[in-house]
Design a protein. Sequence first.
Length: 464
Amino acid sequence: MGKNNKREVNNSSELIYQLDGRPPLSKALPLGIQHVLAMFTGNLAPIFVLTGILGTSASDRIIMIQSAMLVSGLITFLQLYPFKIGKFQIGSKLPIVMGTSFAFVPTMQAISEKLHGEGISPEIAMGIILGGTLLGGFVEDIMGIFIKPLKKFFPPLVVGSVLVTIGIKLLGTGANYFVGSPKTANDFDPRNLVLGFTVLLTILLINRFAKGLWKASSILVGLVAGYTLALFMGMVNFDTIANASWASVPTPFHFKLAFRMDVIMAFFAVYVVSGLETIGNTSGITIAAFNRDATGEETSGAILADAVGSQVAAIFNTLPNTAFGQNAGIVAMTGVVNRFCIATGAAVLVLAGFFPKIGAIFSAMPNSVLGGAVVTVFAMILLNGIKMIASAGFNDINNLIVGVTFGLGYGVGNLPAEIKAKFPVVMQYIFQEPVAAVCIVSVIACLIFKPKKIEEASVSALES
């Protein structure tokens, strides 16, 4: 099907249903804010999780939140209004909204635990992690440039296996937040269960009975409900909010970047997954909105913007980004594809990045409030991985590939670090972290055994 970016509309003046054009701000701004509401929590939650694991100070957490809003807005602008370097377009020119990626959190958690064991402070550890995401992002840069020949190395079995691993690793983190992240049994406060269940039930009820914007913003509404209850229960630390400045300009390199080859390599596999996730969201938007597949230039541009955005995020003290699926869902549901409408939401994010008070309000939120929101999000990552594996079909060859992937990649990848330190050097790099190990083992297994498509499996079953 040829490239066509115009939807059928009853009235040609309804620019919100067309990619280009400038609708009145009074109509565009509410539609842009709708996207901000849908992604706001997901954009900040990975930062809460990682800073909680590292024990980062409240002031550093606010800086990271502030930068996350700024970078998400800027890279969304890049997706909407791309530019070219030579023959390569950076940005898709599609209504794609960018936000902080959860996919990197399990790898960052494993790295954090390793660095903590080496006696490295949270601030230095964050610099090492961000240094890894900066240089690791070049893998996705290469992927964006050579996506056509590289795509064959990452069939659904590979991507699905990696998503399952990420989901499994995140489930424990989400449960820990749900109960308030107590360091010991004596630190546990039963009030955290009240907050966690309040948020969770609010989200579930809204998803069951609400529609439209309310349903799209269910996580944010759940957080507001939990936060409000926490205020009445006296569980919010107002000092964090009071000490934050009203306005400031985010500055690069707050954390001194450091580079370790083991950390950089650990992020390679996750960047591949992030790129493939972006491909899926790009195709989802073009199919739903324009009834066509994404062009090569759109796909390559979307991946390159994802990679560049993640590298810019490292420079500006925050975590890598990716195309947000929930926002792609809003585009598919509403049919609103106008770039100017989405750009107004991106502008709101950029402006929010200059006001640390906003970050402080979220930073003061009890862990159990966030936990009530993320337990289902993490489970959905796991389920999406299972669905992707299932889409490839369960047959003898595919089952063997998945079995080897998890038995070797996940199993050996989860061995204690002191045992893996005795491995040959190459194996240390492959199995240092389960997400990367699963990706590498799965790619190798697929190259050796050649996954069967569903049709091929059906034919062989009939012949037998």
